[in-house]
Ligand binder design. Structure first.
Ligand code: ADP
Ligand code: MG
Length: 269
């Protein structure tokens, strides 16, 4: 097959090479909870080894897009491929940190148990926990600075601490692709630093990180690629060329004042 040979996927013509290499390739994805689609006809091709921010206003479909990429909600139409293969066989390669507000911590669970959940695929049906598994979970807690909290109840931790534990659970999975939904929302500065350090380490190991991100002021510092969405895709690409005033205006419309956009001191656009 030559480099220029094309593959046709549900009517969209895409370069075969791009599909094969991409950790996450989405084609024609539409998801609807009711009559109105929450995301409509989305195409996305995430670059291998990139850190991609998904941005857009409230209700733009950012969380929905991640959930569809994980296969936890069924799309009306469209395909998701992970490292060039259908999602179904590739789930073990994806780790997910959900939006914190969506979790209710009333039930009792120790921090270490939450991290051990990340190992469920490795444990298999027998669910026999060994010292090795516990050590691995402790190592992951160490990486997010939470080893001292292993025996604490998750419900007793601060929001930022809970977020770090969730990241530790994702790390325990040894995934290749990491999907995070607003990992920095409502966390303290120390947690934000701890999380970004872990994500940058993952990137340096060749992993791919995709995060829904709400703080436009840190996009340039934290991410190398950006995906703008408002039900439909607005734009995707490198931060330097895609994170522009024009694209932000398209995605946010009146919800982001021109003054705010100017404050971001965008280079291009
Ligand atoms: P974002 O994460 O960008 O804020 P969401 O993906 O959470 O947006 O939501 C997109 C749209 O879908 C919103 O209008 C939201 O109200 C709706 N929605 C999200 N989840 C559900 C659900 N479980 N049932 C019905 N509507 C939903
Ligand atoms: Mg959301």
């Amino acid at each position: 097959m030559t480099q220029l040979e094309l593959a046709t996927d549900r009517g969209h013509v895409v370069a075969a090479e791009t599909l094969a290499a991409s950790p996450l390739a989405i084609r024609g994805l539409t998801v609807s909870y009711g009559e109105k689609p929450a995301v409509f006809s989305i195409d996305a091709t995430v670059q291998d080894g990139s850190m991609t921010a998904i941005i857009g206003p409230n209700g733009a479909g950012k969380s929905t897009l991640l959930k569809a990429a994980l296969g936890v909600i069924k799309p009306l139409s469209g395909t998701v491929s992970v490292y060039g293969a259908p999602l179904e066989g590739q789930r073990a390669r994806i780790a997910y940190v959900p939006q914190r507000a969506s979790i209710d911590w009333d039930f009792p669970a120790r921090v270490i148990d939450v991290v051990l959940m990340g190992l469920y695929r490795e444990l298999g049906l027998l669910r026999r926990l060994t010292g090795g598994h516990r050590q691995k979970a402790m190592d992951c807690l160490e990486r997010v600075g939470m080893a001292d909290f292993a025996e604490r109840q998750i419900g007793q931790l601060s929001g930022g601490q809970q977020q770090r534990v969730f990241l530790a659970r994702a790390l325990a999975q040894d995934a290749d692709l990491y999907l995070l939904d607003e990992p920095f929302a409502g966390v303290d500065a120390a947690t934000e630093k701890a999380i970004i350090d872990v994500l940058k380490t993952l990137k340096s190991q060749g992993k791919t990180v995709i995060a829904v991100h709400h703080d436009l002021a840190t996009i340039t510092e934290y991410f190398d690629h950006v995906f703008l969405i408002n039900v439909r895709k607005v734009a995707e690409g490198p931060v330097a060329t895609t994170f522009t005033a024009e694209n932000l205006q398209k995605a946010y419309g009146g919800r982001l004042a021109t003054a705010q956009i100017e404050e971001l001191e965008l280079g291009a656009g």
